[in-house]
Design a protein around this ligand. Structure first.
Ligand SMILES: Nc1ncnc2c1ncn2[C@@H]1O[C@H](COP(=O)(O)OP(=O)(O)OP(=O)(O)O)[C@@H](O)[C@H]1O
Length: 270
């Protein structure tokens, strides 16, 4: 069964009189144990999608399943329970994941409140993010990079089925970034944790099993094993990647030439 299934997911923000369509008809299936890098330009809708997958808001339209359960059918309490027991989240600003006055180790332990407490896992996670000796330090007194690593330990504390992380290496040097990547991959391999990671860090996207690129609120392309593919969306729509806009600029006319295994798009001379 898939861990994540989005079926025509739409997300609209309403601020005063203005509506922003952040996601439009997102179709996406992520299997259990997959590691996915969510890529795309600023404002494309990556954080919005992550927020929905975290159960932190509900889609404006469309259907979303997490671990086989349709989110729209859960009441708030059931959704909170699903989040606490099955989902781990690293938000973009790491301090938002942490309780500043609590020592690091207690932050990790607190994240186990909905599952069985496991002190060994707390110690092990702190060690794997390179914070072995920092367990007694209040999270609020840690550097941005330390908080970012602690936030990952907190997100993994409850052995989540689904790990969601928004730019988890943005404040880390390459060595610490590598540890974070390794921990995400090892969790997937050893525990079957599905991971979806928003990132601009090439080291992260290259290390994960699959890339999904969001452009203008849609799944524009996907990459597997180093090869990129455009995705034919609903009603047959395809996004021409920006690197080919000089050949086929947005708004230009094109001819479609059928081949046996697909079609070719050629700019029509005006
Ligand atoms: N709370 C909000 N209210 C109104 N509009 C919002 C809100 N959050 C996001 N948006 C808008 O929704 C769109 C998608 O934003 P989102 O943060 O999901 O993009 P992103 O791909 O994560 O960008 P970045 O890489 O810069 O973080 C943008 O146009 C953004 O301005």
């Amino acid at each position: 069964m898939s861990m994540v299934r989005c079926d025509g997911v739409v997300q609209i923000y309403r601020a005063q009189d203005v509506e922003v369509v952040a996601l439009r008809d997102v179709d996406l299936v992520i299997d259990r144990g997959e590691t996915v890098a969510l890529l795309g330009p600023s404002g494309a809708g990556k954080s919005t999608l992550l927020w929905l997958l975290a159960g932190l808001s509900r889609p404006s339209a469309g259907r979303l399943w997490l671990d086989g359960v349709e989110v729209g059918r859960l009441d708030q309490r059931a959704l909170d329970r699903l989040r606490a027991s099955k989902i781990g989240v690293v938000l973009q600003n790491p301090s938002r994941n942490l309780i500043g006055y609590l020592p690091a180790a207690q932050n990790v332990a607190f994240a186990q409140r909905a599952v069985r407490r496991d002190r060994r896992r707390v110690r092990d996670l702190l060690s794997r993010v390179g914070l072995d000796d920092a367990g007694d330090r209040p999270a609020g007194r840690m550097s941005g990079g330390e908080q970012q690593r602690l936030a990952l330990a907190v997100a993994l504390a409850n052995s989540p089925r689904l790990l969601l992380a928004d730019e988890p290496t943005s404040q880390l040097d390459p060595g610490a970034g590598r540890r974070v990547i390794d921990l995400i991959k090892e969790s997937a391999e050893a525990e079957g944790t599905t991971a979806v990671v928003v990132t601009h860090d090439v080291a992260v996207s290259e290390a994960l099993g699959r890339t999904v690129t969001i452009r203008d609120g849609r799944v524009g392309s996907e990459g597997r094993r180093g090869e990129d593919f455009v995705v034919v969306g609903r009603e047959g729509a395809v996004q021409v990647p920006p690197e080919y806009h000089h050949l086929l600029p947005p708004g230009s006319m094109a001819r479609i030439e059928p081949l046996e295994d697909g079609v070719v798009l050629r700019r029509a001379e005006s």
